[in-house]
Structures are given as C-alpha cells and as structure tokens.
Design a protein around this ligand. Structure first.
Ligand SMILES: Cc1cc2nc3c(=O)[nH]c(=O)nc-3n(C[C@H](O)[C@H](O)[C@H](O)COP(=O)(O)OP(=O)(O)OC[C@H]3O[C@@H](n4cnc5c(N)ncnc54)[C@H](O)[C@@H]3O)c2cc1C
Length: 387
C-alpha cells in the first residue's frame, strides 16, 4: 500500500493561469509519470534524455534537458513533501517552509526523504524533431540563432572531427503528423544510434589509431531525419551503449572557447575518444543549487566508453571548465568539493545553513554529501577518497 503511494498519481489540480499542478509519489519513474500525464492530456514542459529515473532522483540531482527558455526538472516542482530527520512529514513550497523547499526540490536528499512531489505541468503537446549532421564551425557560427530560434536545441560534436549532429525540436500544432517510416526509425535509432555506435566504440577500443576515421564515418552515417511525435517520445531516446559521463554547466557565452580548449587538449594529448561530446542549453533560474543558477547556461557533457580509461580526459575537461566557473552535474562524475563549489554557487552558504538546521545529527549524510556540501556542522568526518 505504502509502496503503491510512492509510485502513484495523487492529485491533479487545474490552476487559474491554465497550468496544472500534479502531485505524484516521489518514487515514480519518469516513464510511468509521462504515461500517467498523457492519460490526463498533460505533459512535462521539458525532459532529459532518458525516462528510467525516479522523479525524486531526477530533481534531487538537477537533471535537465535542453532549451534556452526552459529550466531543469526541479524548476517544474512547486511543492515537495518530505520526511525529515525527526520523522515529521512536512509539506514545503515557495510559501510553506520556503528555505527547506529549496533543498527539498534540489538538494541531493540532504534535508529529508522525498515522499511526494507537486509538478507544474502543461497541456500535452507535439514536437517536430529535426536531426541533421552539420559542420561544427557552422553550428558555432550560428549558435545564438540555433539556440534562441528553437524550443529545444542540442548538438553532439564528434572529437577528432569538425562534424556535429544537430537536434532541433519545436512545438507544432496537434494535427500535424509526420511519422517516421518504422524501418527508417529502426535503422536510425537502433542500428545507427545504438548498434553502429556500439560497434564503433568496440573497434576504437581495439584499434585506437582508427578512432578519428571511425568518428568521421559515424558522423556522416547519421543521416538527416524529420518527424513529429508526442513530446515525451521525442525527448527520450534509447541508450544501449554503456559509458561514463561528466557534465559541466558553463556560462553560455563561454561555450565556444571551452569547446576549442577541449579540442586542443584532445589533439595534444593523444587520447582517442570514440564518444561524442553532447552540448545542451538552459535558461537561468534562481534555485540555490541549480547548475543554471543566475546565468544563461550551456551544458558540456563528455563521455567515455565503459571499457576505456576516462580519468585523464575528464580531469583535463574539469580543469578547462574551472576557468569559467563550471558547475558539475550533481549526479555525474566530478572531483569538486564544498570549498570549490562554494565559490561557484552564490547561495551555497545558505544551502549549508539550511542543511545543518534540518539534519543536525547527519542522518542523511553520506561520503558524497560530506564532500560536496561539507560535513554537517559539529560532525566532522573524514571525506572518503574521491573515486
Ligand atoms: C543513461 C543516462 C542518461 C541520463 N540523461 C540525463 C539527462 O539527459 N539530463 C540530466 O541532467 N541527467 C541525466 N542523467 C543523470 C540522471 O538523471 C541522474 O543521475 C538521476 O539522479 C538518476 O535518477 P535515479 O532515480 O536513478 O536516482 P538515484 O540514483 O536513485 O538517486 C540519485 C540521488 O537523488 C537523491 N534521491 C533519490 N531519491 C530520493 C528521495 N526519495 N528523497 C530524497 N532524495 C532522493 C539522493 O541524493 C540520491 O543519491 C542520465 C543518467 C543516465 C545513466
């Protein structure tokens, strides 16, 4: 019974401004949430790449999609019910315990266990997806137009090449339908995006010097395509190749310089990288621990195939983004600690204060939290070695 509630839709409340507030158990997976919302003619305004996460895990780590006028998933949260360290069940929102709400909606579980989340959702909508291979230099030259002129723009740059795969997703009226031919969809999603990709990563692992050629071929093999579908189907893609990932939020204006520096480092280092670099965008927001707090943001995500070493590459990228006050995704690989994070988050001290007040005994502490937020005041711990 209790487990059911953690995954269930609790309440659908239409608002005077036309939006709808939906309360769900915090353990619901995004895939199940999207299905429930669709049954009510509703949808999340924006989503990330996959739908396997719980809504609690996704918001707590600052999960985001792409779109220069849109924030991450936690910006869509208008209420959160948490079980605190004292065992109390507390309702939080921007008007009820607002400071606790800040960390309840994006705080790595540091102030309590999320039991339910209230989301501001929108009427269901369709997207037209347009995917095209471009020259990287054309993408960078036309970046502002691409980012501001589309509802959701992102691109993948293939290291060792000047090629990129661009994705432009835009809202369209409900009656426009343009389905992919199912054979084409299988070819693109499974054979090219996943199957071919798995093969290219394996070959690059066995024959590292072939990586540049393979990346060039892969970038060209991904052909242009255009289709329309309900929003969640466009946002979510299958991910069948195992990889490690580090993702940094940087000020949008610094993106081109960051990519050029990464390119220079890759070519000078001799590293062979078969996985593309993913670049996404978000509007600035005011959530204390949001990676897009107070600045128009570009996200640079570097990946490495699971069988290849990653620390040298990721550490180099971390050093490059440090020059522009990069902020790491809370749920992906990075090596920053509270001292450094305090310098790049203007409300970091407030977050630490609220956490200390909410959890003075460190009930919700763990080595990762102690590293990134610092130990709970008065409970000094030896931070675990960074893995
Ligand atoms: C293949 C893949 C694709 C991804 N794509 C994206 C993407 O497009 N965009 C993006 O931003 N991220 C992306 N991520 C990152 C992912 O969204 C986060 O790692 C997310 O936290 C995982 O959710 P989960 O339910 O597995 O979380 P978990 O691993 O279960 O939890 C993560 C953390 O959330 C907190 N938490 C979880 N449940 C609760 C609760 N009930 N109460 C309080 N705190 C809680 C805890 O701090 C926990 O450590 C991706 C990850 C993978 C593996």
């Amino acid at each position: 019974m209790v487990l059911d509630a953690v995954h269930a839709l609790e309440r659908v409340a239409p608002q005077p401004d036309g939006s709808t507030h939906v309360t769900v158990g915090a353990g619901i997976r995004l895939g199940a949430l999207n299905t429930l919302l669709a049954q009510h003619g509703l949808a999340m305004r924006n989503l990330g790449d996959i739908d396997k996460q719980s809504i609690a895990g996704a918001i707590s780590t600052g999960t985001h999609g792409t779109g220069a006028r849109l924030g991450g998933l936690a910006t869509q949260v208008v209420g959160a019910r948490i079980v605190t360290a004292t065992g109390d069940v507390v309702e939080t929102s921007s008007t009820r315990r607002p400071e606790l709400f800040e960390l309840a909606r994006l705080g790595l579980g540091s102030v309590g266990v999320l039991a339910a989340v209230t989301l501001e959702v929108v009427p269901a909508f369709r997207l037209e997806a347009r995917e095209e291979p471009w020259a990287l230099d054309d993408v960078l030259d036309g970046l502002d137009e691409l980012v501001d002129g589309n509802d959701h723009f992102e691109f993948y740059w293939f290291p060792h090449t000047r090629r990129a795969l661009t994705k432009r997703n835009n809202r369209i009226p409900d009656d426009v339908h343009q389905r992919l031919n199912p054979v084409r969809s299988f070819v693109d999603d499974e054979l090219l995006s996943n199957g071919l990709f798995s093969l290219t990563n394996r070959v690059a692992t066995l024959v590292p010097p072939a990586t540049a050629t393979i990346n060039g071929l892969a970038a060209r093999a991904l052909s242009a395509r255009r289709y329309t579908a309900p929003s969640a189907e466009v946002f979510i893609s299958p991910r069948r190749v195992k990889f490690r990932e580090m993702e940094y939020a940087v000020p949008r204006a610094e993106l081109t310089g960051v990519l050029e520096e990464i390119d220079r480092w890759i070519e000078a280092s001799g590293e062979r990288l078969p996985f593309p670099v993913e670049v996404r965008f978000a509007a600035q927001d005011d959530l204390w621990l949001s990676t897009a707090h107070g600045r128009e943001t570009a996200y640079v995500a570097v990946h490495q195939y699971v069988r290849l070493p990653f620390t040298r590459y990721f550490s180099a990228v971390e050093r490059i983004v440090a020059q522009v006050e990069g902020r790491p995704h809370w749920g992906k690989i990075h090596w920053l600690d509270a001292e450094r994070l305090g310098l790049v988050y203007p409300r970091f001290a407030d977050a630490q204060r609220v956490r200390n007040q909410a959890d003075p005994e460190g009930m919700f502490s763990n080595p990762y939290l102690d590293r990134v937020l610092g130990p709970v005041e008065g409970l000094e711990r030896v931070p675990e070695a960074v893995a």
